[in-house]
Design a binder for this molecule. Structure first.
Ligand SMILES: Nc1ncnc2c1ncn2[C@@H]1O[C@H](COP(=O)(O)OP(=O)(O)OP(=O)(O)O)[C@@H](O)[C@H]1O
Ligand SMILES: [Mg+2]
Length: 270
C-alpha cells in the first residue's frame, strides 16, 4: 500500500525499542503512515532502566526538522522527549517556520521505570513557550500534576487539571489515566467546548513500556490523514489497548507492547 500521510516525529531514541522514536516509527508505520524523524537525544536503556541520556545539539535538532521538511512536507507532527530549555526553544523556532497546525505534544518527563527525562527549567519553558503551539497535549497524570501543581486522585481532579492546562493556551488536552489506581482506565479529552471520557478495562500486565509514545503517535497518524480529533483519540486508544493485550512479554522489567497488532503479513512475505 501507499502511505496515507506523512508524520514528522521529534523525540528521543530508546535503544530497547519499546518507547521513544522506535515506538513512534513502528506505530506510524503499522497504521499506514510515512514516518520522518528528528532525534533529540539518544538514550541507553532496557526495560528495567534508563542508563544514559546523550543529548543531540539543539541546532542539529532544528536542522533535522527544517532540512527534512523542506523536501518532504509532513501532514502532522508528534513531539516527544525534549530534555532541556535549549532543545525546547530550538524545536519551537523550527515548527514556527513549518506552519503545520496538527501538532501533538506528549510532554514526556519520567520513564516507566521512574527515571527523570527532563530538567526543571525545561518544564518552565515547556509551559511558557511550547504548550500553546500544540493542537493536542497528551500528559499522563504525574506530568499533569507537575505542570499544574494540582494533585490528581479522581476524575474530578483530572477535569480540574486539564482545564488549567487549557488555560495555558493549548487547544485540546488528552489527560491519560494510565497511572490511576483503579480497575478502569479513563482518558479524558477536553477543550473549551466539551469533555469526552474514553473508558477501558485496565489490563493486568507490567508490559506497558511506551504506551504514551505509542498513543500520541497513533493519534498524530489519524489526524494527519484527516480524521477528526475525537475519532483519532478513540482509534488511537483502541490501537494501544490491543497492543498492550497482545504484548510479546520481552525483557525483565516493563516490557514493550505489540505494535504489529494492526498488521497482517502479506502471503508473499510469510
Ligand atoms: N494497564 C493498562 N490497561 C489498559 N490501558 C492502559 C494500561 N496502561 C495504560 N493504558 C492506556 O495507555 C495509554 C497511555 O497512558 P499512560 O498513562 O500509560 O501513558 P504514559 O504514562 O505517558 O506512558 P509512557 O510510560 O509510555 O510514558 C492510555 O490510553 C491509557 O489508558
Ligand atoms: Mg509518557
Amino acid at each position: 500500500m501507499k502511505p496515507k500521510s506523512k508524520i514528522l516525529i521529534i523525540a528521543g531514541s530508546d535503544s530497547s525499542g519499546g518507547a521513544g522514536i522506535q515506538a513512534d516509527i513502528k506505530t506510524v508505520t503499522a497504521l499506514g503512515g510515512y514516518a520522518m524523524t528528528a532525534i533529540t537525544a539518544v538514550t541507553v536503556q532496557n526495560t528495567k532502566k534508563v542508563k544514559t541520556v546523550i543529548p543531540i545539539k539543539p541546532k542539529e535538532i532544528e536542522n533535522q526538522i527544517l532540512f527534512t521538511c523542506k523536501d518532504i512536507k509532513p501532514n502532522a507532527i508528534k513531539i516527544g522527549m525534549l530534555h532541556s530549555t535549549e532543545v525546547i526553544k530550538s524545536v519551537e523556532r523550527a515548527i514556527k517556520k513549518l506552519k503545520i497546525s496538527k501538532i501533538v505534544l506528549d510532554p514526556v518527563m519520567i520513564a516507566k521505570g521512574g527515571s527523570r527525562l527532563i530538567n526543571k527549567s525545561a518544564i518552565k519553558t515547556l509551559k511558557k513557550k511550547l504548550i500553546k503551539k500544540a493542537f493536542l497535549l497528551t500528559p499522563n497524570i504525574p506530568e499533569a500534576e507537575v505542570l499544574t501543581n494540582i494533585k490528581i486522585k479522581s476524575l474530578k481532579d483530572m477535569i480540574f487539571a486539564a482545564n488549567k492546562l487549557i488555560g495555558f493556551g493549548v487547544k485540546n488536552v488528552l489527560l491519560k489515566g494510565g497511572h490511576k489506581n483503579s480497575k478502569y482506565m479513563e482518558d479524558l479529552l477536553i477543550n473549551k467546548k466539551e469533555i469526552k471520557i474514553y473508558k477501558n478495562k485496565k489490563i493486568k500486565t507490567v508490559n506497558t513500556h511506551g504506551t504514551g509514545c505509542t498513543l500520541s503517535s497513533a493519534i498524530a497518524t489519524y489526524l494527519s490523514c484527516g480524521k477528526p480529533l475525537k475519532k483519532s483519540c478513540e482509534l488511537g486508544i483502541k490501537y494501544v489497548n490491543q497492543a498492550i493485550k497482545l504484548n510479546p512479554n520481552y525483557g525483565k522489567g516493563h516490557g514493550p507492547v505489540n505494535h504489529l497488532n494492526s498488521i497482517e503479513i502479506n502471503k508473499k512475505f510469510r
